[in-house]
Design a protein around this ligand. Structure first.
Ligand SMILES: [Zn+2]
Length: 180
């Protein structure tokens, strides 16, 4: 099957433009500061066990709620994902986005419309692109010789530098065309 994935490029470009505008040039990306700088409210809120994040838009004012029960790296990814919805999917002046487990959501794709899956893919790619910019990963690669490390250790080292989870970094590296 051939999917048209060009819509995903928009998310990657949007993330890079934002980092350039804010002059953020080194990891870890200060995602909470970025969100605050953009005028969104950020609140840590007990959303229960299922919900990792929400984005509430009220009269164009955005509030991102993240679950403090999740790990710090997961919280960072959630905040970046909700920021992606805000920048890419805000259509009405009042809207609510509720996010459960992004991966489960994707796996149980049958229950969701194509438009919803597309939005989640876009928000996930935006989150990955802003937290793990390809250019900054390349810059890390050129700083040090990582050849001695096993793939597992290399990914763990990168995940630590970028303050993301190991699965998130694994996925990002697998989906980027780096030439080692
Ligand atoms: Zn989402």
């Amino acid at each position: 099957m051939n999917f048209d994935n060009r819509f995903l490029e928009k998310a990657e470009v949007k993330a890079i433009e934002l980092l350039e505008k804010l002059k953020i040039l080194a990891p870890p990306i200060p995602i909470k500061e970025i969100v605050t700088q953009l005028g969104l409210h950020l609140i840590s809120y007990d959303l229960g066990d299922e919900v990792s994040g929400i984005l509430v838009i009220e009269n164009d004012k955005g509030t991102i709620g993240f679950n403090p029960k999740n790990s710090k790296v997961r919280q960072r990814f959630t905040i970046a994902h909700e920021l992606g919805h805000y920048l890419l999917h805000k259509h009405a002046s009042s809207e609510v986005f509720v996010d459960k487990d992004f991966i489960v959501k994707y796996r149980s794709a049958k229950q969701y419309s194509f438009a919803e899956i597309k939005q989640e893919q876009e928000a996930n790619l935006f989150a990955a692109a802003i937290l793990m910019p390809k250019e900054l990963i390349k810059a890390e690669l050129s700083k040090k010789d990582y050849n001695d490390l096993s793939e597992t250790d290399f990914i763990a080292a990168m995940a630590k530098i970028f303050d993301v989870s190991i699965p998130a970094m694994t996925y990002r590296i697998a989906n980027s065309n780096f030439y080692f």
